[in-house]
Design a protein around this ligand. Structure first.
Ligand code: NAD
Ligand code: 89V
Length: 340
């Protein structure tokens, strides 16, 4: 059986999603939409998709697919997800799920009420190096984690490809930190308390480009999640997340350069560099591979009748961490997640 889908938003990142869909068996993207005819034409020609629309409403009304992949920027996420739910479609929505917690909850509720599956395209936990580290922790080899650090520090110019990132009041926590917070949840679960501080180093952007967050997890572990786009190094780490985990029986380090070291009785280091997919390019290959993996996961879940790991409901907990971090940074107080 071939599952038919449609994609809305043919911008910077959507090309990765379209490449991945093309390579996943049993899926066909039969229609695409962008309100910008130029972007629509580029993706239509590049991916050989002839059914094109500049109006999402029109595409959804015409139908002929069972899921929609929403790859637009956040202001359009809520109306598009609600419209897709009303059309009885399964939905994938790019991160951040929404602009506010209220919108995010309404979106999850709308898809739930329609009896359909919603996945947030939260792909960083699907990076193969992160998955390799997760497998070690889940195996119990290093015991129970009690301290973790998830660190993303780079000086990469993200603004040339995504100029809107320089314009928002919120930047690094909402756009990038959200991925790293989600990785923290994947490793050590949900969070009770958040403390955060932020800085803006780059004078040419509006939002914060440095954030340091401390998370008290419900299971007892403490995590530091630190993010920076103001870190100047000779060899830039973009877009790698470095991970340190101390457990009751040993420790794990995922270092920049995709080297995973597990220390118990002795230290064992492994190269966990991701493959460079035929359509991918360095240094984005790490992210690009995870796009293919998460989309494959979505199809597998539809086929199995199970919920994706980063379902809408699951992702509300990651998005709540973003909200809590901004509230903490603004007030100088620790924020209970139960208050979000
Ligand atoms: P972009 O601005 O390059 O592309 C968005 C496209 O959506 C544009 O072409 C725009 O014309 C179109 N669009 C917007 N509203 C629309 C609507 N209502 N109907 C039809 N078309 C509409 O943005 P981008 O950088 O590709 O980011 C898109 C999303 O992907 C964002 O949410 C961003 O955070 C996310 N993103 C995720 C990753 C990741 O690794 N998961 C990486 C980059 C971007
Ligand atoms: O993944 C993202 O959301 C991107 C980037 C890696 C550049 O922060 O915006």
């Amino acid at each position: 059986m071939t599952r038919k889908g449609a994609l809305i938003g043919c911008g910077f990142f959507a090309e990765n999603q379209l490449h991945a869909w093309r390579d996943i068996e049993g899926v066909d993207i039969v229609a695409i939409c962008d309100r910008d005819p130029e972007r629509l034409k580029i993706c239509s020609e590049k991916f050989g998709i002839s059914r094109t629309y500049t109006d999402a409403e029109e595409m959804l009304a015409d139908g002929g697919f069972e899921f929609v992949d929403i790859a637009t920027t956040p202001p359009s996420h809520r109306p598009l997800v609600e419209r897709a739910a009303a059309a009885g479609l399964h939905v994938i929505c790019q991160k951040p799920i929404a602009e506010t917690m209220q919108d995010a909850r309404a979106m999850v509720e709308a898809v739930n009420a329609a009896g359909k599956v919603m996945m947030v395209h939260e792909n960083f936990r699907w990076q193969s190096a992160v998955q390799a580290a997760l497998a070690v922790v889940r195996s119990g080899e290093i015991g129970e984690p009690f301290f973790c650090r998830f660190s993303f520090r780079s000086g990469y110019d993200v603004f040339s490809g995504q100029p809107y990132l320089a314009e928002g009041e919120r930047f690094i926590i909402e756009d990038l930190g959200i991925h790293i917070l989600d990785i923290a949840r994947a490793f050590v679960g949900d969070v009770d308390l958040m403390s955060a501080s932020t800085r803006r180093i780059n004078p040419n952007i509006k939002g914060e480009d440095v954030a340091t967050m401390m998370l008290q997890h419900s299971g007892g572990a403490t995590s530091i999640v630190d993010c920076s786009y103001a870190t100047k190094r000779q060899v830039d780490a973009f877009p790698q997340t470095a991970i340190e985990i101390d457990g009751t029986k040993g420790s794990l380090r995922l270092d920049v350069g995709y080297r995973l070291t597990v220390e118990t009785q002795s230290a064992v280091a492994t190269d966990v560099a991701p493959p460079v997919l035929p359509w991918a390019e360095k240094p984005w290959h790490n992210i690009q591979e995870s796009v293919q993996t998460i989309q494959q996961h979505f199809v597998d879940c539809l086929n199995a009748g199970t919920l994706p790991e980063t379902s809408g409901a699951n992702n509300l907990k990651t998005f709540a961490l973003v909200e809590a971090a901004y509230q903490s940074a603004a007030t100088g107080r620790s924020i209970k997640l139960s208050d979000i």
